[in-house]
Ligand binder design. Sequence first.
Ligand SMILES: [Zn+2]
Length: 379
Amino acid sequence: MNPAAFHGRLFGAGVSEAGAAAHAWWEGSRLAVQAGDAIHHADGASLQVEAAGFNLRQLKLSWNGADGSYNFFVEAEEDFSRLLSGAPESMKEAFAGAQSRRRSMGRRFSAAVAVYGAVISLPLLLLLAFLLNIGHLVDWVAEKIPVHYEDRIGDLVLAQTRAQMKLIDSGPAYEAVQAIGKRLTAGSAYRYRWFIADRKDINAFAAPGGVIVVHAGLIAQTAQAEELAGVLAHEVAHVEQRHSLKNLMKTAGLSVLLSLVLGDWSGTALGNAAGKLTELKFSRDAETDADREGLRRLVDAGIAPHPMADFFSKLSSKESGMMPSMLATHPASAEREERLRSMIAALPAKQYAPLPFNWAEIKTSLNLPTARRQSLLAD
Ligand SMILES: [Zn+2]
């Protein structure tokens, strides 16, 4: 084998989902990667390089080949030096940048995580996951995943969601959701992305990394902007407390853990799990926590909290023919509503300025059948 070759793991078209051991070398400005008998070539100009992997201890080279996209992960120090020394001049800067990011992230990581991600072999990791309580393991891992990673999971979920439903990302209702969302998330480490799904059923959900989707059908059922703010605050709390991330990891199970460890972001495992996000149910404790934290955010943002409870009570007493999908994921029991009302009652008295929207106009702009029916009745 070429003495200048460096080792790594290749993911992409025609390669097993778990990746394949591969070695690579430079041919001038071109990268050649060999996995088994197949040799893949990547033009230097089309190569992307970044720090990657569960604890950012790897360098990821990615490119688009004729038959699909490829990711090649390099992890060992001696492989880095061979990779860097042979790299074309034009790419040295990109490599140096990724390398220093990799090192600084690595330093910030706790030794425990480094051991988990780099030293423990994958079969052992799998065995451990089965032997230990998987739920606790997931919680432990989830607490240690940097926001940067969650952000990328959010991107994946967003792509899945777009494939499943039409997302509205302009117009007065969208602007209102954005404006309210901004107030609720001031100072957050997450990069929030707000969307309205063009769907009639009543639902809202939060994906890891700050992707929040609210159905137009939910907005149609709100009597005022503050009711929507209550729902959004609750969803924000799910993101901030990493409920969405933990849920996704638990549902997808080990395959997602594995793709996180391997840094395989194109992984279908995560993508498949992301597609189920609208059906994910949180535990009762998580719901109570999200109500409490959501309420705190509302009040901090200077938004009146009572309408949040009003909206949840409306949900539980709904007699419309439309089954609110939200009830499947957010059981709106009388007990929960009571708890929310007593949390609100315990808050210090405060004056809240109404949110500055013409709510009736905003709802009409969504042009939903429900909204139309209501206006016909009003006529
Ligand atoms: Zn919830």
